[in-house]
Design a protein around this ligand. Structure first.
Ligand code: ARG
Length: 259
């Protein structure tokens, strides 16, 4: 229902904004009327809001680290932020087809993705970890051999497990939470996913734990269309300012309290 509403809303906004995303020219967006009220350009961020604490729904709004950092960047750019929620593997498609100006989705920088999009400087560190049931016999990465592993489609977790253990080892889900549900119901033996969402899922579900040995360490950055080097520069400048004045760390600390 919430999804449907969002789709309708986004659809209505798209109609209103016609040629916004990715289009560098023609963004003066003067809606006529001749008021002297300034019309801000829209910065469209594509994400998959199933990924706490980076992006998730709360009280009919998308909140989280990425949402707040994006808002701070938009502010510095004098732009209006709009966040579009979609499947994770749709985000880069939206970016490349010009429907979004950037992707912020706890997205890991990988060489393969870099062939298709540009990445900003990194703004956070990510870790792929393994979630199992508390009584699981799986204790190390090696123990994953021969097991069924749940992942979120097209995430680095999916890519690593498929590379290391083959397609037949992988069960793909649109939402990390659904992979975790199948773990609870013994339909998969483990879930490989990013550390912070893993913590949130384990906290929300009884009988699960995160293994101490992690699968990989990676960096999160903002993806931007290769043609939009101007935005890349602006975003990097804004990001650097947010790092220098402590805003970035402050946002991260709000959502990831020190243990
Ligand atoms: N860091 C992982 C990747 O880039 C997972 C990101 C998933 N993000 C999300 N919003 N669902 O592949």
């Amino acid at each position: 229902m919430k999804k449907l509403l969002t789709i309708l809303l986004v659809g209505a906004m798209l109609l209103g904004l016609a040629a916004c995303g990715g289009d560098k020219g023609g963004q003066q967006a003067n809606n006529g009327g001749g008021t002297d009220e300034e019309k801000k350009e829209t910065l469209v961020m594509a994400t998959n809001a199933e990924f706490p604490p980076y992006e998730y729904w709360e009280n009919n709004a998308i909140v989280g680290i990425d949402a707040e950092v994006a808002a701070a960047i938009a502010d510095k750019l004098g732009m209006e932020l709009r966040i579009d929620d979609m499947a994770f593997d749709a985000t880069l498609v939206a970016l490349q087809s010009g429907q979004a100006n950037m992707v912020m989705a706890g997205m890991t920088v990988t060489p393969e993705r870099q062939e298709n999009v540009n990445f900003s400087e990194p703004y956070a560190e990510g870790h792929q970890v393994i979630i199992v049931k508390e009584d699981s016999t799986i204790a190390t990465v090696e123990d994953l051999a021969g097991k069924k592993i749940g992942v979120q489609t097209n995430t680095t977790g999916d890519i690593y497990i498929t590379d290391d253990l083959g397609d037949e080892a992988v069960a793909r889900f649109n939402r990390g939470a659904d992979a975790v549900m199948d773990l609870k119901n013994d339909k998969v033996d483990a879930v490989v996913i990013d550390l912070e969402p893993a913590k949130a899922f384990v906290a929300a579900n009884e009988g699960l734990k995160i293994l101490d040995t992690e699968y990989a360490t990676e960096e999160y950055a903002i993806a931007i269309n290769k043609n939009d080097t101007e935005l890349l520069e602006k975003v990097n400048t804004a990001l650097q300012e947010l790092k220098d004045d402590g805003t970035l760390q402050q946002i991260i600390d709000t959502y990831i309290p020190a243990e």
